[in-house]
Design a protein around this ligand. Structure first.
Ligand SMILES: [Cu+2]
Length: 457
């Protein structure tokens, strides 16, 4: 056994010990109340995703709520507006955007107002909306309002409903929103869509939906084909190696926070080449809306995986009754990982028949080329390399807690980030004390680091 190999196995053993430690931590850190059966509410009944079984924080706080809670889009900002009389005026600029999608990967995407996906627009049903649009892309574009019932001249389809907006030009869209629901804006040009030109357009109902929710989160699903050592997505590709929620790949996705016992709404939007079955751990949800608006309660049925097809939105709601860090992720296996192509290079295309020496030299160059502190906490067997097929996930699981640290990750078990890859985030269902502690940290920390920093990979 070479020195390198020995060191490698020693490391692996040490990480293994760490992993067992982690399981202990998980067990030890689990509040009493999580260890058993469904939490019961004041009436002694189990919560259900239908939300019809009694009070939760929103109901307790407000008997009647006229205005809906604004949606939060983690890792993406909201677009501010100004009033011109009774018209809500938004300024939207299409432009190239550098987006750090992982601690070691920044891509050259296209988006709006420095963000990809573009900033979230939130309006009230009945609003008159004006969007002053400016094109700072190197080519013509337009804005389509997906799902909105508006006059044809506002539909944003180049050559059909308007002249394309040339580089450097402005164009003004104006319409009245008579619908409620989860809509979106995007360039009506296929390649530009694949470069990231999409954003939420949420129309809150005149009267808030019932049952009321305590948290409302939005996730945009995107996929990218970025070849090794490249930063520009290949928009003609049919295979994708980077999968993102709101423009970031796990573990950079900011965990969603939910107070224990609260009702959570999650709006999931997909604009890519694949359909994504999005799965929530540990809870059942009901689909309460689509890209067409609110769904009648008679259609709600319990599930924990919802297929969000291309150009669709699915709105789900659940009662956050079980404390813990519960994953939300696309369940397609290749969408549950980050691309290691930059790092693995030729290993990507020849795993079956390489010699041990070659495998080891690749491991070493992999370790050297990762430009940030990380660990492989997952133990491997001493004879791993004699087993056909090894490795599979062993070196994919990279702990990088510090690189992705933010208030929302506070208190997660050590090496949590090794379990988070690709199109994945988590909802952290937290008892009051923990929830309030993180909110306090959030309020003093300011905007999360990833929105402030742009690094070249
Ligand atoms: Cu997927």
């Amino acid at each position: 056994m070479s020195g390198t190999r020995r060191r490698f196995f020693q490391d692996a053993a040490a990480f293994g010990a760490g992993m067992f430690g982690l399981r202990e931590t998980l067990r030890a850190g689990t509040p009493e109340s999580t260890l058993q059966s469904p939490r019961e509410n004041e009436n002694g009944r189990h919560h259900s995703p239908y939300g019809s079984h009694g009070p939760h924080p929103a109901q307790a706080r407000a008997v009647v709520r006229d205005h809906a809670l604004p949606m939060v889009t983690p890792d993406v900002a909201d677009l501010a507006h100004e009033m011109d009389g009774s018209v809500k005026v938004f300024h939207l600029v299409a432009e190239p955007v550098k987006r750090k999608i992982a601690p070691f990967k920044t891509i050259d995407a296209w988006g709006y107002n420095g963000s990809c996906p573009g900033p979230t627009i939130q309006v009230q049903q009945g609003d008159r909306v004006r969007v002053v649009f400016e094109n700072r892309l190197p080519e013509s574009t337009s804005l389509h309002w997906h799902g909105l019932e508006i006059p044809i001249e506002q539909d944003g389809v180049p050559y059909i409903s308007q002249k394309p907006v040339a580089p450097g030009e402005k164009y003004v869209y104006e319409f009245t929103v008579h619908q409620e629901g989860t809509f979106f804006y995007h360039a009506h040009s296929a390649m530009q869509e694949m470069m990231g030109q999409i954003g939420f357009f949420v129309a809150h109902p005149e009267k808030d939906y019932k049952p009321y929710v305590d948290h409302d989160y939005g996730l945009i699903l995107q996929e990218w084909a970025v070849l090794p050592s490249n930063s520009v997505p290949n928009t003609a590709a049919m295979e994708f190696n980077w999968l993102t929620f709101n423009g970031v790949s796990a573990p950079m996705t900011t965990p969603l926070l939910a107070r224990l016992g609260s009702r959570v709404r999650l709006r999931i939007l997909n604009l890519g080449m694949d359909h994504h079955p999005v799965h929530l751990h540990g809870h059942q949800f009901v689909v309460t809306g689509t890209e067409g608006g609110r769904a009648p309660e008679s259609t709600w049925c319990p599930m924990n995986t919802v297929l969000v097809s291309v150009a669709q939105a699915r709105v789900v709601e659940f009662e956050a009754n079980y404390p813990g860090a519960w994953m939300i992720h696309c369940h397609l296996p290749h969408h549950m990982m980050n691309s290691m192509m930059d790092l693995l290079r030729d290993r990507q295309i020849q795993t079956a028949d390489q010699t041990e020496a070659k495998a080891m030299s690749q491991m070493e160059s992999l370790a050297r080329s990762v430009p940030f502190q990380h660990v492989h906490p997952s133990p491997v067997a001493p004879n791993a390399e004699s087993v056909p097929g090894f490795p599979q996930d062993a070196f994919m699981e990279m702990g990088m807690d510090e690189a992705v640290e933010k208030p929302e990750t506070y208190g997660l078990p050590k090496n949590w980030s090794a379990g988070m890859m690709g199109m994945m985030t988590m909802v952290r269902v937290l008892p009051d004390k923990e929830y309030d502690a993180i909110m306090m940290k959030k309020n003093t920390a300011g905007p999360s680091a990833q929105e402030e920093h742009h690094h070249e990979s």
